[in-house]
Design a protein around this ligand. Structure first.
Ligand code: CO
Length: 220
């Protein structure tokens, strides 16, 4: 028996190749010609949020970018390069920001503990928590859920401000923006917003911090 933990992955890879080829003999041959994914998925690095599995999509269908707490920052060259390539080269129809309940990044941003470098990465969530503090609710779980949702909406706003998107929209081109939340406790994906294609539309989905009550963000 091998003690290298990588060997388990290689063995499972062989099984996967055999099963995919048995179902569809041209599967890999087709993929080798290139990709034309319909979606760009921006999700959390959390191991419980597998982009393809939870959306029922396969290889070739979804361009994926993941980082801690599914952030899209306008100063992050990595995210910017992914979005630019997805919009200008792949011409995806939708960019989807997917947050998730139970997100350790959001919890870390909203707590008193310091985690080092990652605190800088999570700074925007911390700011959101402070700005909407009075509206997040009373229970710990409720407050966490609202902050996860607000952070998704904020990333959608950030995306709308990205020059790549503004230029595409000015030319009448796609993509549209969507914000979803995934519940690791039951596997369900919920829609917060979709079909946005302007800065104004994106900014309009951000609740007013001075409102008396935060609107229920789910549409379904
Ligand atoms: Co997370």
């Amino acid at each position: 028996m091998s003690t290298d933990p990588i060997d388990r992955l290689l063995a499972q890879n062989k099984t996967w190749v055999a099963s995919a080829t048995a179902k569809d003999p041209q599967f890999f041959e087709r993929l080798a010609h290139g990709q034309t994914p319909e979606y760009l998925f921006i999700g959390c690095s959390d191991s419980r949020v597998p982009a393809n599995a939870l959306t029922g999509t396969g290889p070739g269908e979804m361009f994926v970018h993941r980082n801690i707490a599914n952030q899209f920052h306008l100063h992050d060259l990595n995210s910017l390069a992914v979005v630019q390539y997805a919009v200008d080269v792949l011409d995806v129809s939708s960019i989807i920001v997917v947050g998730h309940y139970g997100c350790g990044g959001v919890k870390a941003a909203n707590g008193l503990h310091s985690y080092g470098l990652v605190d800088h990465w999570l700074g925007e969530i911390r700011d959101l928590g402070e700005r909407y503090q009075a509206l997040l609710g009373t229970g710990e779980e409720e407050r966490h859920h609202r902050l996860v949702e607000l952070s998704v909406l904020q990333q959608v706003v950030n995306l709308s401000l990205c020059p790549v998107l503004r230029t595409a929209w000015k030319k009448g081109r796609r993509p549209t923006l969507a914000g979803l939340v995934y519940d690791v406790a039951d596997g369900a994906l919920h829609k917060l917003v979709s079909g946005l294609s302007s800065v104004e539309q994106a900014q309009a989905v951000m609740p007013d911090p001075k409102a008396k009550v935060l609107p229920k963000l789910f549409k379904d």
